[in-house]
Write a protein that binds this ligand. Sequence first.
Ligand code: CA
Length: 361
Amino acid sequence: MTRSTSIGRRTLLKAALASSGGVALAVSSGLEAPAIAAPRISRTLAKDLAVPWGVAFLPSGNALVGERDSGDVHVVRRGGGRTRVGNLDVFSQLSAGGEGGLLGLALHPEFRSNRWVYAYLSTRNDNRIVRARFVDGVLGQRHRVLAGIPMSGHHNGGGLTFGPDGLLYASTGDAEDSSRAQSRSSLGGKVLRLTPQGDMPQGNPFGNYTWSMGHRNVEGITFDSRGTLWASEFGEKQADELNRIVPGANYGWPQVEGGDGRGGYRDPLAQWSPTSTCSPAGVAAANGRAWLGALRGQCVFSVRLRGPNAGTIGKHFAGRFGRIRQVAKALDGSLWITTSNRDGRGSPGADDDKVIRVALG
Ligand SMILES: [Ca+2]
């Protein structure tokens, strides 16, 4: 069997699983996959928010949660309840159904001593990474870390996380010009790697901020417990993707969506076809799986990351909460998910939007 045939078969299997609803038990290569850990809803931690997007956990186990369109930042407590602690003055295109605003949040690895909170946000002219100190329950003024990331109504990226190397990783979008994804020098359509001060670190593959290229729009990036970087990517129509991010690799946009076998671009570990079944925003890694929030899919997907069943997809909470934006791993090992029903494309319920705690079985 050629590699491309194998990939085609895998893709079909995954598409069937993705559309089957409920928790999936996969049969791959003739072997029955182990049962997927059953996540269960623990409780609603916060409600009456509008598009909670970035989630960053404080040492206490509470989290900073940013609202995309207002730029407000709240502390959501691990036992439930929230307090507004600041605003990061963003430019959103809410009236046009845009995707900019206050996007990813991350804490400096030495947050306990330096109090730096990082944010990926939109201004009128660009997307940029800023930082502000969170002291005595108040988020202070923002300071620029990296500006000039292309911005448009759509495809603004927004993922932000620190790696085990102490460096900052950010995921961007092509800002509606797909040629940016294939330009090594454009900050659009990339995973970027930079120092906490916003400088170019040693070891980047192209001698600039680019860590990987060929991305259409990546809202979710996360490191797993082994230090591997994963990214969720919105396709155009044919395929959404979960990618293992390798420095210098090209993930194919706009030449290909999904795997192309020996075509020369890096294939995803998992993909969803068509994109209306998924639209993956945030991603977290826990219990050997990636957990993705699906907007149009209105569910959480899980993907086994390693072993003979790597790439096996499970579907959770289908249709229960509407659009899911973010998935973040809490300090106690649970997942916090956020809904996105007030983003201009959903049907808000009475308490939307919410932050919900999910316990992993
Ligand atoms: Ca791709």
